[in-house]
Ligand binder design. Sequence first.
Ligand SMILES: NC(=O)c1ccc[n+]([C@@H]2O[C@H](COP(=O)([O-])OP(=O)(O)OC[C@H]3O[C@@H](n4cnc5c(N)ncnc54)[C@H](O)[C@@H]3O)[C@@H](O)[C@H]2O)c1
Length: 268
Amino acid sequence: MSYGLLKGKKGIIFGALDEHSIAWKTAQRCYEEGAEFILSNAPVALRMGTLNKLAAETDSEIIGADATSMEDLSNLFDAAMKKFGKLDFILHSIGMSVNVRKGKHYTDLDYSYLTKGWDISAVSFHKVMKVAWDKDAMNDWGSILALTYIAAQRVFPGYSDMADNKAYLESITRNFGYYWGKEKNVRVNTISQSPTQTTAGQGVEGFQGFFKFAEEMSPLGNASAEDCANYVVMMFSDMTRRITMQNLFNDGGYSNTGISEEISKRFI
Ligand SMILES: NC(=O)c1ccc[n+]([C@@H]2O[C@H](COP(=O)([O-])OP(=O)(O)OC[C@H]3O[C@@H](n4cnc5c(N)ncnc54)[C@H](O)[C@@H]3O)[C@@H](O)[C@H]2O)c1
C-alpha cells in the first residue's frame, strides 16, 4: 500500500547488503512511497553484485563509499547533489564489529579491531553528517536517521563492543542533532530496532536467544525489518518534522517490559 508520503523526496540509503537487510526493505518502501535515492555500500560489499537487483527494482543508482573514508563520502555527496540538488533524507544502516566477527570476548577485546568497528559503526555517522554539513547538502526539514540497538542502554552478553559503538552512535545523534536543528532545520534521530534476522544480526553470538527472548517479552512481538522500513518512511515524511535528537524504540514494547507472563511462568 502506498500513501505517497515521500513524493518528490530525494536521499541516500546506506547499508543494503542483501534482501534481508533493513536498508533493503527500507529502500523498497521508500520507493513505493515516491522517493528517489542513491544506494550506497562499501566497495567490498558491492563486489557481491546483489545490490544491482535492488537498484533495478527501485530505479536507483549505486555509488560505492566506505563510510569511514571522508574522500569516498565527499565523492558520493557530490554525485548525489549533481543528480538531485539538495537532499531530503539520509539513512545510515551500517554496523560491524571486528571483535564480534572474530569471536573476541568483551573481556579480551583487540583494540585495533575495536577502533575499526567503532569507526564503521559509530564515527561514520558523524562523518556522513560532517560531509553533508560542509556541502550544505540537506534541504530545510530534512531527516537523517541511523539504526541502533537497546544494548546501548542494557547489557546483552555477546553483543560485545557493538554495545559501546551503539551508545556512541546515539550520543552523536543528540550532539550533532542539536546543531542540525539550530542551524539547518534538519532532524537527526536513531531508531532502536528489535533483533532482526539479517547478516549483521546473525553474526552476534547468542543472537537466536536474543531474538526468541525479545519475541516472548514484547507485548506486540518483535518488529520486523518491514516494520522498521515503515517507521523510517514515517520519519522521512513531513509528518515528523519536529522529532529530533531522539532514540526511538521500534521494538513491540520490549524496552518498557520488565517481564512477560510467558517468561515468568517458566520459573514457577
Ligand atoms: N539485525 C539486528 O538485529 C539489528 C537490530 C538493531 C539494529 N540493527 C542495526 O541495523 C543496521 C543495519 O544492519 P542489518 O541488520 O540490516 O544488517 P546488514 O548486515 O544487512 O547491514 C549492515 C551493513 O553495513 C555495511 N557496512 C559495513 N561496513 C561498512 C563500511 N565501512 N562502509 C559502508 N557500509 C558498511 C554492510 O556492507 C551492510 O550492508 C546496523 O546499524 C545494525 O547494527 C540491527
